[in-house]
Ligand binder design. Structure first.
Ligand SMILES: [Zn+2]
Length: 129
């Protein structure tokens, strides 16, 4: 569809009249030169959200786990809790993923680092046994 709008510009050729080296007329593309456009994108499925729906995803309300549950304490001696905020590669999951607030993310980071020193959490998944 968009290919036709790009190539169809006969007025642009007038500017190039001085430079004789270039042929003024563009070779018209024969039909055989290019196969029919491969379907790069399949037909879009019908949106379920309706006209007002924005984006693919229903955005969840962000909430910090530790703010929501004040009884939950960030403790560097609790590897089970801290393990929830560490990725498979033993990296600390960013707060934009876990939706932890800045205050608790800071505490969490410190706790994870402390737990690593105490060998309660792994620095790297490469070290086993
Ligand atoms: Zn919080």
């Amino acid at each position: 569809m968009s290919e036709e709008t790009k190539t169809a510009a006969p007025e642009a050729a007038k500017v190039e009249t001085k430079s004789a080296a270039k042929p003024t007329e563009r070779p018209v593309r024969t039909e055989g030169s290019r196969p029919t456009r491969p379907a790069g994108r399949p037909e879009r499925p019908a949106r379920r959200n309706g006209p007002g729906g924005r984006g693919k995803f229903q955005r969840r309300r962000k909430f910090c786990k530790f703010c929501a549950d004040t009884s939950l304490k960030i403790d560097h001696k609790d590897p089970v809790l801290l393990g929830q905020f560490v990725s498979e590669r033993s990296k600390i999951t960013p707060s934009r993923v876990t939706s932890t607030c800045a205050k608790h993310q800071r505490q969490l980071t410190t706790a994870v680092k402390r737990a690593r020193i105490l060998a309660l959490l792994a620095f790297t998944p490469l070290h086993h046994d």
